[in-house]
Design a protein around this ligand. Structure first.
Ligand code: MF3
Ligand code: CO
Length: 248
């Protein structure tokens, strides 16, 4: 069941999104070779605390950290750890912020130090695919219009889009209906209505879209060991078009 949000509720989510966006901006400043994803996770937890918000991921279905930190061939749900990031790595930091019971969800990929031109292209194409999806998030379109636009763009650039993880509705709960795949056919799926709040969060791979899950039961990585990037925003569908709740 899709839960439609009032303007006031969207405003509440926006406040959570503002904190999330400023946290990502700070993370962008501290990511460099030598820092660990554990330190980034701790930084995030303290940042949210300072802003009277909490990390919704921590304890969610037993997930043990405030952030997901997915390095290189990890697609999503990477566990923060004490291994220093190296020059040329990429890392996706994903978090869900809870402010007064209202949530916002955003993941961002970062290059560590200097990344190769090909890796930079992966980052740029993935980010662009998110905004191409957001453009389709207008009243009257269908979920499949978002899915198709993201997939077509990504594949036109020679990359692949992950099938096993999708965007979602969000509000007081992290995962609400509808599911928002990043692949599919235009004109299919649920029609977008005013007051829907969803995430779009394409995970884009250099090689195959196929994933496997680590023994920790969480971390998904590419089966071919090639790199994966992800950018995610939470957005509200309104009469004035999509409002990006987690805009940095
Ligand atoms: N923020 C992510 C999502 O979209 C991942 C949450 S999984 C968790 O959907 F367990 F870490 F919370
Ligand atoms: Co999400």
């Amino acid at each position: 069941m899709v839960i439609i949000k009032t303007r006031e509720e969207i405003e509440n989510m926006r406040k959570a999104g503002e904190i999330l966006a400023s946290c990502h901006k700070e993370i962008a400043k501290i990511i460099k070779p030598g820092i660990t994803t554990y330190e980034i996770d701790q930084f995030t937890e303290e940042f949210l605390k300072k802003h009277n918000a909490t990390p919704e991921q921590k304890g969610y279905q037993g997930y043990p950290f405030a952030t997901c930190a997915s390095v290189n061939d990890e697609i999503c749900h990477g566990f923060p750890n004490k291994k220093p990031l190296k020059d040329g790595d990429i890392v996706t930091i994903d978090m869900v912020v809870n402010l007064n019971g209202w949530l916002a969800d955003s993941a961002w990929s970062y290059g560590v130090g200097n990344v190769s031109p090909k890796v930079n292209e992966l980052l740029e194409v993935t980010k662009e695919s998110l905004y191409i999806g957001i453009e389709k998030a207008v009243i009257g379109n269908r979920i499949g219009d978002i899915s198709h636009a993201v997939q077509t763009y990504v594949e036109s650039k020679g990359f692949s889009v992950v099938r096993d993880f999708v965007g979602h509705g969000i509000g007081r709960d992290m995962h609400e209906d509808p599911q928002v795949p990043h692949f599919g056919r235009p004109g299919r799926g649920l029609r977008l209505m005013e007051g829907m709040v969803i995430t779009i969060e394409p995970m884009v791979n250099m090689g195959t879209y196929k994933c496997k899950v680590d023994d920790n039961g969480w971390t998904a990585r590419t089966t071919d060991g090639k790199l994966s990037a992800q950018y995610e925003h939470t957005l509200a569908i309104t009469k004035d078009g999509p409002i990006i709740i987690t805009q940095q």
